[in-house]
Design a protein around this ligand. Structure first.
Ligand SMILES: Nc1nc2c(ncn2[C@@H]2O[C@H](COP(=O)(O)OP(=O)(O)OP(=O)(O)O)[C@@H](O)[C@H]2O)c(=O)[nH]1
Ligand SMILES: [Mg+2]
Length: 619
């Protein structure tokens, strides 16, 4: 039996728990360590008005009862009575930041649901008032069903009232066993909604900016309107990529055409000229044409990120992610993977749980990265008619969107399977602060776009140029004997390698041209585009050298082949950089090899299925 009751200070990080702890205990505190963990234990003595002592502990800040760090685990274990290091508190003082009520009330609701006596310290009301936000503590108390005391920890304001409220909470409290299930059952979207409702109800007055944020959130986080908005934004993004980019892309295309002609005008005909114009310029040009589309894609991502919407999207996704046993924290790395899996995989470092993190790394390549855009766009542009389906909705954009959705669905299934087999383990929760909404700064967005453009152009200038030249050489030599009638491509070294690959990919509907492009495309996916361009430049039947790749594809590919090829690129791990970064982040070859294996298998099966279904459907 302990002499004095135990009271724990809990709340989100930076709510002011330690400041309140210091104000309440003064010099009567001890700092120690919880045995076995590196988490510090702060305890101190609080003296009630009648002189009775209460032991106060300052718990580490946490976002929720689903811990994602050792600190948060200590907090969770203590308040749920699961801790072997600390007895169950007799009451909780939940500290919330008044200026950040929506965010902090989520955890508060979870804590109240545990059933222990709770007093809420509505802290930092001075900062809230400075920001033009006035809150009604009584309304808050009524909505939450527990006493709420306004405090300013650093000015020791509200401490007497807080002590009195704590006294009566302890008096009526009795000790109940925490109802651990109650706090964690509600998913975070629901909690967030409830928190926002309460915060709105308790708000007496607020600035226009805050009012706007509340209004935007009531749409963006709405259980029905939220997902609809998210899908709409993504859909508009894809339509924009296809429609806005045509003019600049055509201009770039024309520019490279002009450059080819100019060089043909000054250089004598021969191997060097042909390598330079039909090989290098055509190959690199075929990829650079996609710069406008990639920049439009990044424009959307950067604006969504800097406006504060992205984290809201992560919230909406959390429920979905939880169904496959992934942490909501995985959303941000996965989202970055839509630009490129390499930074995406590096961003998985924010995920504490190893199994969670590994699963996220393994599915990251299924997000449609920007290197796939050139491939998708080329094939869709050549083979899918761009007929309007509805105002502002065209078939090509829909197909593109479909490929993206298939990638996500693939990742979903992969995570589901992986989490039950090779990366089995308990899943952890996710909580993040909702950032403020703000109008994106044009300068920041432009700098972001500029950086992407440079990275893309560098790739085109190095990896893509080099593989194009190597492929050109492999496809040009040795030359078939004069008058043999054999196509130079088929006779070349590259052609023979291609025939070898063709054996493997013929069953899934791929032709020789695709087989030839697959190997160089291992360097980077978009090389497939320049590689196909190279094949057709060397294999130019009429010798005019003027046919565009799209026309060549149209003439030589069937629709089932094109669809199978698209499906292949949704799954195939055609990217050396991704494999390398996976090796680095997982410290060994085991997981990158596993990733390559399962993705190639999926690519093969899905492409094959697509091909044969399309053939049987008579496409
Ligand atoms: N203006 C103002 N500042 C406060 C108040 N309470 C705390 N602060 C300041 O807010 C910051 C965070 O306070 P802490 O007490 O360290 O927060 P905490 O909840 O212990 O944070 P963690 O330990 O990280 O979970 C500090 O700089 C405090 O000085 C308050 O009522 N008003
Ligand atoms: Mg602290």
């Amino acid at each position: 039996m302990h002499a004095s009751p135990l009271v724990a200070l809990v709340g989100n990080p930076n709510a002011g728990k330690s400041a309140l702890f210091n104000a309440l205990t003064g010099a009567r505190q001890k700092v120690g360590n919880y045995p076995g963990v590196t988490v510090e234990r702060h305890s101190g003595r609080l003296v009630m008005d009648d002189g009775r002592p209460v032991e106060l502990i300052d718990l580490p800040g946490a976002y929720s009862l689903e811990p994602s760090s050792p600190d948060e685990r200590v907090t969770r274990d203590v308040v749920t009575g699961a801790s072997s290091l600390e007895r169950l508190p007799d009451a909780l003082v939940v500290v919330v930041d008044a200026a950040n009520l929506d965010n902090h009330l989520r955890f508060t609701l979870q804590l109240i649901a545990l059933g222990l006596p709770v007093v809420v310290a509505l802290n930092m009301v001075d900062l809230a008032e400075r920001d033009g936000l006035t809150l009604d503590a009584d309304v808050l108390a009524r909505e939450l069903g527990v006493p709420v005391i306004a405090t300013v920890a650093v000015r020791k304001r509200g401490l007497d009232t807080l002590r009195a409220a704590l006294d009566s909470a302890l008096a009526v409290g009795g000790k109940r066993t925490p109802d651990v299930g109650a706090g964690t059952q509600d998913d975070i979207v629901h909690l967030q909604r409830r928190a926002r409702q309460i915060a709105t109800a308790a708000t007496v007055s607020e600035t226009a900016g805050r009012r706007w944020a509340h209004m935007l959130d009531s749409v963006a986080l709405h259980p029905v309107a939220g997902p609809v908005l998210l899908v709409t934004i993504l859909f508009v993004m894809f339509q924009a990529v296809f429609t806005w980019a045509t003019v600049p892309a055509d201009a770039i295309d024309a520019g490279f055409g002009w450059l080819q002609d100019a060089i043909k005008g000054v250089m004598p005909d021969g191997f060097a000229r042909s390598l330079l114009t039909d090989g290098l310029i055509a190959g690199v040009g075929a990829v650079i044409v996609f710069l406008p589309q990639i920049l439009i894609l990044f424009l959307f991502i950067l604006v969504l990120e800097s406006s504060g919407y992205m984290v809201r999207a992560a919230f909406l996704m959390d429920r979905l992610m939880a169904t496959v046993g992934l942490s909501g924290r995985a959303f941000i790395p996965l989202l970055s993977s839509f630009a490129c899996a390499v930074p995406g995989i590096m961003a998985t470092r924010v995920i504490e749980d190893e199994k969670d993190r590994l699963t996220t790394i393994l599915i990251a390549p299924l997000m449609t990265c920007s290197a796939r855009w050139p491939v998708y766009t080329l094939i869709i542009g050549a083979m899918i008619p761009n007929m309007p389906l509805a105002p502002f909705v065209r078939l090509q954009g829909v197909v593109m969107f479909g490929l993206l959705v298939i990638g996500i669905a693939g990742a979903y299934v992969a995570a589901l399977v992986l989490r039950r087999t090779v990366t089995k383990g308990a899943s952890s929760g996710f909580m993040m602060e909702m950032p403020k909404y703000q109008v994106p700064r044009i300068g920041d967005v432009l700098i972001g776009l500029w950086q992407r453009a440079i990275i893309f152009l560098k790739r085109a200038g190095t990896i893509i140029a080099a593989t194009t030249v190597v492929l050109w050489l492999l496809l040009s030599f040795p030359k078939p004997p004069e008058g043999s009638g054999i196509s130079p491509v088929d006779y070349s070294i590259g052609g023979r390698i291609g025939h070898g690959i063709e054996y493997v990919v013929k069953p899934i509907g791929f032709n020789r041209d695709i087989a030839l492009a697959l190997l160089p495309a291992m360097a980077a996916r978009e090389v497939a585009v320049s590689a196909i361009g190279t094949v057709y430049a060397i294999d130019d039947k009429d010798g005019s050298g003027t046919d565009r790749i799209t026309d060549q594809i149209r003439g030589r590919w069937t629709l089932p082949t094109a669809l199978a090829f698209l499906m292949w690129f949704v799954f195939a791990p055609q990217c050396i950089s991704t494999i390398a970064v996976t090796r680095r982040e997982t410290n060994g070859w085991k997981w990158p090899l596993f990733m390559v294996g399962y993705l190639f298998a999926a690519a093969y099966i899905m492409a094959g299925l697509t091909y044969w279904l399309a053939v049987f459907a008579g496409l």
